[in-house]
Write a protein that binds this ligand. Structure first.
Ligand SMILES: Nc1ncnc2c1ncn2[C@@H]1O[C@H](COP(=O)(O)OP(=O)(O)OP(=O)(O)O)[C@@H](O)[C@H]1O
Ligand SMILES: [Mg+2]
Length: 250
């Protein structure tokens, strides 16, 4: 893989984010999420409250089934809380109309899903290009940016393959490229190195941190590896449906 991700700057930090870097980007207050299915009720988040600072690297730890993916889905506007406020850059995702949530996802968010969620009928390059479809870019520029980020994750020779023709780790790196290509204001990463060898994993960590430093991106990274980042700004532990606040702030 190449050592750096050299991307032409594209404005992706929203004017509101740029205007007030000191305000928290995320505020959760009393967030409750219970899954209900066929008479079965699974309480997962039982009143999560916290604020997260802009431009920082947050690491989220917790046992399997503790609610890490559930939390990221709420932060990414993919799922809604049953109660409480999930406010991201001033937008309350619990109550906002769908069109505002969709715009937030398009304009502000990069999401590396735990199980990648690549489009199986699109090539690696097309999957990454798709993340740029609402950007004011010519098709050639879109392709060039997609190729640049695919090269940054070491997949320059794999860009015309479909996900089904890639290994798990290669698919994960396509998912990383797709999330990073927009230089999002908020980057949510669900075990982004779970399927990678340690060298590739460290490279992805470096790309995330480079994006954060260069673009002011706020990164929230779920992992089972407490040593993934040598110096995260903040470490959050999810346990028993709440965030363990004993573990420090930034
Ligand atoms: N759509 C759903 N319907 C019902 N239960 C669900 C649903 N999604 C998740 N759960 C349950 O909610 C709990 C939290 O799930 P979640 O995926 O957030 O855990 P996690 O911390 O991400 O775990 P892992 O580390 O294994 O990825 C689990 O007990 C899970 O079985
Ligand atoms: Mg999970």
């Amino acid at each position: 893989m190449t050592a750096t991700m050299e991307l032409a700057p594209v404005r992706l930090v929203t004017p509101s984010a740029a205007a007030d870097r000191a305000s928290p980007i995320v505020r959760l207050a009393g967030v409750v999420r219970t899954y209900r299915e066929g008479g079965l009720s699974t309480p997962v988040l039982k009143g999560v409250s916290l604020t997260l600072s802009r431009g920082r690297l947050h690491m989220v730890l917790g046992a399997s089934g503790s609610g890490k993916t559930t939390l990221l889905n709420l932060l990414g506007g993919i799922d809604r809380a049953d109660a409480g406020d999930v406010v991201v850059d001033g937008l309350n995702l619990t109550t906002a109309p769908n069109r505002d949530v969709v715009r937030f996802r398009r304009e502000q968010l990069g999401f590396i899903f735990q199980f990648y969620n690549l489009m199986p009928t699109l090539t690696a390059r097309e999957n990454v290009e798709l993340a740029l479809e609402h950007q004011p870019l010519a098709a050639s520029a879109r392709r060039a940016r997609a190729d640049e980020v695919l090269a940054a994750v070491g997949l320059q020779d794999f860009r015309d393959r479909f996900p089904g023709q890639l290994s798990g780790g290669e698919q994960q790196r396509v998912a990383v490229a797709r999330a990073l290509v927009r230089r999002p204001a908020l980057l949510l990463c669900d075990e982004p190195t779970g399927n990678l060898d340690s060298e590739s994993g460290q490279h992805v960590v470096m790309l995330i941190d480079t994006l954060r430093r260069e673009s002011g991106t706020t990164a929230i990274v779920v992992t089972h590896n407490p040593a993934l980042f040598s110096a995260p700004d903040r470490v959050l532990h999810i346990k028993d449906g709440v965030i363990d606040e004993a573990c420090g702030h930034a």
